[in-house]
Design a protein around this ligand. Structure first.
Ligand code: N2P
Length: 361
């Protein structure tokens, strides 16, 4: 028996008898970690880890603003984090408990500082872009060899979408990302907070609405990999995971991720500790475990997202650190935009618009 297997058995025995002295509850995005890390954390700390997943910032935000979520660590994206910090939802981190803080990457910290001043409440877990997942074979078959696979035209031009409906298209159920992308397509400021500008997204989205198979923020990984859909507007690493799942299945499906040539959203997912976390001490231990260079590299190598940990980079496989869809070069970076949180009043406009788009009426 290998050492790892022995340790796993030992942890299983501990779990069975509930012999853990304490527990920590983590709420993270789905398909966002190498699960071996969860066992490793329990082995190293003796703390029982309860790990739940979500696929929507809005769902997490409702829990954070209501309070008493019961979670010790959660992972909102930067814009949502900022709004939740203002609402008092998070506690400042105790830096004395984060001995691995020196591993973090100043370039990313400089960017996340705009959402969490001084990075006082959060650490960057992963970051990435939002764009186009395509089944190269099917899309070529349907739209021809000059299909705009790297352009927003693919999903916002009804002429294309009408044809693609035949093989299936998923959109993220994420208004704070889909509306900016629509505005970018129109040549407007994707970060506009002007209700009149935001309203312009409606006609575009309604125009393609009849051809959207589903609004969902995690099913598209398997749907793309199995060939059940041919296009997804989704998150970079998720689409790269779909690419790998298809390759592993040897089902002849070729998936590619393209950040739209018009510009793509760059987002940052931040680990933070709720103000009312039941076990903030264990939460810091979890954060510090994640901030370990090898642990963070293992996570990125598994999920194909870039991370905010400079020291992890020497442990990243070439498929990750060498892929500009994951670690963008200067030219790719120039084509990425960021957003800022909608004020409450504007948020209501966005929520109303999105409900209307989803219902299609
Ligand atoms: C992981 C999705 C994380 C990216 N499945 C969205 N912030």
């Amino acid at each position: 028996m290998t050492r790892r297997l022995l340790a796993t058995v030992a942890v299983a025995a501990l779990t069975a008898t509930s012999a853990f002295a304490e527990e920590v509850r983590v709420y993270n995005w789905s398909d966002y970690i190498d699960e071996e890390l969860l066992t490793k954390f329990e082995e190293e700390t003796g703390i029982k880890l309860i790990y739940d997943v979500f696929d929507s910032n809005e769902v997490l935000e409702t829990k954070m603003l209501t309070g008493s979520s019961g979670y010790d660590v959660v992972v909102p994206s930067g814009t949502f984090l900022q709004r939740q910090i203002s609402a008092g939802a998070f506690q400042p981190l105790d830096q004395s408990k984060l001995s691995n803080a020196g591993n973090m990457w100043d370039v990313i910290e400089a960017r996340t500082d705009q959402y969490d001043s001084g990075n006082a409440h959060s650490i960057n877990y992963m970051w990435g872009t939002t764009g186009l997942g395509v089944n190269v074979g099917k899309v070529t078959e349907i739209l021809g060899a000059d299909a705009p696979m790297g352009s927003l035209e693919l999903v916002f031009n009804p002429a294309n979408m009408e044809k693609l409906a035949e093989c299936g298209v998923h959109f993220l159920d994420a208004p704070a990302e889909m509306i900016p992308a629509t505005l970018q397509f129109l040549g407007e400021d994707p970060d506009s907070h002007d209700p009149e500008v935001i309203a312009k997204a409606e006609a575009v989205l309604m125009g393609v609405r009849p051809h959207i198979t589903k609004f969902h923020s995690s099913e598209y990984i398997n749907a793309l990999a199995n060939g059940d859909i041919c296009v997804a507007f989704g998150w970079s690493g998720d689409i790269l995971q779909a690419r790998d799942r298809a390759a592993e299945a040897e089902n002849g499906v070729e998936i590619a991720y393209n950040a739209p040539s018009e510009g793509a959203l760059m987002w940052f997912d931040q680990m933070a500790i709720p103000a009312d976390a039941p076990n903030p001490d264990a939460a810091h231990k979890f954060l510090n475990f994640i901030m370990d260079a090898q642990n963070m590299a293992a996570a990125s190598n598994y999920v194909y997202y870039a991370n905010g940990n400079k020291a992890s980079q020497e442990f990243l496989v070439e498929d990750v650190i060498g892929d500009t869809a994951i670690y963008p070069d200067e030219t790719t970076l120039e084509n990425l935009y960021t957003t800022t949180p909608y004020p409450q009043k504007v948020q209501r406009v966005v929520t109303r618009l999105w409900t209307k788009i989803k219902s299609g009426t």
